[in-house]
Structures are given as C-alpha cells and as structure tokens.
Design a binder for this molecule. Structure first.
Ligand SMILES: [Zn+2]
Length: 322
C-alpha cells in the first residue's frame, strides 16, 4: 500500500520502474486525443470540478490512462470525496502511477502522473480515508473506464504458504499474492505478525477469472483444503495470525460466503469457526514469502505440511486443476 511518506520519497528519489515506457512526440498525442484531454494530460491542465459523471460512478471496473490505456485505478478504491473530481485511495499497482513535486501556483503539492506515458493525472493529498489515508484527485479526462474481466478474493487459512500453494494450482487463478490483513499496525513485517500480537491474519489475495472459476467454487476449494473448525490454529501452527477467515470485497461475495458456509456446516466433525468480514486492508508480504512452496519445495515444512494438502486437492478436485 502506498502511503503519504512513500509519495514524498518517490518525489525525492524517483519513481518505481513501470512495466513499460511509452514516449511519443506531442504532435502524435494531439492527433490521438480530444482537445480537452490533450490540455489536461499533456499540458498539465485541470478540468472544471463536477464536469464529469465519472465522479458519481461507483460500479465495478477499472480506470485506465486515456493516453496509453495502462490500467491505473480500480473502482473498489474509488470514493466520494465531494471535490468534484474522481477520487481514489490507492492505485491498482504500485508502479504504474508516478509522483512529482509540484510547486506551481504558489503551492507545494504532489502531482500524480501515469508512470508509463507521463500523462498528467492530477494530485495526491494525505487526507483520504483509512487505511491508506490517501486521496488521489484525478481529472476524469485523464481516465478511460474499462471493463474488468478479473475479480479478487481474499482468504486466510493458516500459514499463507499453504493457502497459496493449494489455490495457485486451480484453473482460472491468474495471480496470488501472500500478505497480511486486519491488525493494528501499518505495513507489518513477517516477524511482527509471527508474534501473534499484532492482530493480523496471514491471507492470500487471489486474482481469478470468473469465467473459468467462480467465487463459490474457489471458496469451496479453500474451505475443504484447510481445517475451518480449529480456532486460531491450523495443525501445529497456533496463533491468531493463523485464523480461518474470508474477507469479502462486495455484497455479492458476502452473500455467497454466508450461504456456502451454511451449506457446509454439517460436513465437518466440529462447528465451522471461519470468520466472514469485509476486507479493510491488504498488505503484501515480503518477497521471500511469495510463491513459497514452488520455490522451496525441498524444505521440511513444504514436504511435511504443504505436500499432503496438495495431494488432498488433487484427489478432491482433479477436474479443476491446471
Ligand atoms: Zn499513460
């Protein structure tokens, strides 16, 4: 998650490396864009407040750069700021938005740009809603709404190495990020959450294609490949960080999760203790925890703890595997 301190750091030390860089002469941009979009994106203009209905649009989707179509913001991160410009609390990816110190008009602000094509987007301010506290105030003319074909789901089922290793084998799962949710400190480290004192849960963020695997199927696999009946514990892993949790990002996910857990309640020997909660925050874990099983399959934990879970998955869900 990008916070204000990170934005300041980027303006001083330079931005993260974007996935690619697009450079075009102004004449070409002029030809491609409407006059207003050219003025805003290439000449750092500002559109009139309340000039676009994008401000009041909140249905799911992705907002891309109008110049180069890089996907910049997700509708999930959009909020009503009352300013008259589309406002977001976070970019979709950390490296696609750039930060530039802006001292124009006698003010000291941080300009945000498309990190791929350098289009002016707007400014960012440290007065947005928690947990990031950020408000990306973006010109509607800099954005193009595109349909999102992928969805996200967040689950915690004990050690995230296990949950990741199981779910990443399913068809339609495009990407998994291991991380931490809830808790009472920002951007925790693995060491901190391992104490069990910070209140975080080890979770995975699954990006999936709902045309290949729907949320209910994904959740069913998750529920039946970990033990949802042991409170704050998976096998030998004990602590609140190992709690069984489903973190929904929409009312639809909440409904499906509530229904499925109800359907499953007689399938286990003991009552299900899995919590169903709204997703409030997700912190990506350190690089060495990503893709852990595949990178460390010889390690003891992997062969004794994770491999049997994968065997179980293969037995139960052969038809869903990659
Ligand atoms: Zn761009």
């Amino acid at each position: 998650m990008i916070r204000w301190i990170d934005a300041i750091r980027f303006t001083k030390n330079g931005n993260l490396t974007p996935p690619k860089k697009i450079v075009k002469p102004n004449a070409e941009w002029k030809q491609q864009l409407s006059e207003e979009a050219y003025f805003v994106t290439r000449e750092k203009g500002t559109e009139r407040a309340h000039s676009s209905d994008l401000c009041s649009l909140f249905e799911p989707g992705i907002y891309a750069c109008t110049c180069c179509e890089t996907q910049l913001f997700d509708a999930n991160q959009k909020f009503e700021s009352g300013t008259g410009w589309p406002s977001f609390t976070q970019p979709l990816e950390e490296n696609t938005v750039g930060y530039v110190a802006d001292h124009s008009h006698g003010m000291s602000r941080i300009e945000v740009i498309c990190n791929v094509c350098d289009a002016h987007l707007g400014h960012v301010f440290p007065d947005g809603p928690e947990p990031s506290g950020m408000r990306y105030c973006v010109n509607a003319l800099s954005l193009k709404k595109v349909k999102s074909t992928l969805e996200k789901a967040v689950f915690g089922g004990g050690c995230f190495w296990c949950t990741e290793a199981v779910l990443q084998r399913l068809q339609g799962v495009e990407k998994i990020v291991s991380g931490y949710s809830d808790g009472n400190i920002h951007n925790p480290t693995y060491r901190e959450i391992c104490s069990g004192l910070t209140g975080h849960a080890e979770v995975v963020e699954v990006t999936f294609n709902p045309k290949v695997i729907d949320y209910k199927t994904l959740l069913l696999v998750f529920m039946t490949t970990h033990d949802p009946t042991t409170l704050n514990r998976q096998g030998a892993d004990v602590g609140t960080q190992y709690r069984s949790t489903v973190l929904y990002n929409s009312e639809a996910q909440k409904e499906i999760a509530t229904e499925l857990l109800n359907e499953l309640k007689n399938s286990f020997d003991a009552p299900i203790v899995t919590e169903i909660k709204p997703l409030s925050v997700f912190y990506k874990a350190e690089a060495e925890h990503q893709n852990y099983y595949n990178n460390n399959s010889e390690a003891g934990y992997c062969s004794y703890i994770i491999s049997p879970k994968i065997q179980k998955l293969k037995k139960l869900y052969t038809h869903l595997l990659k």
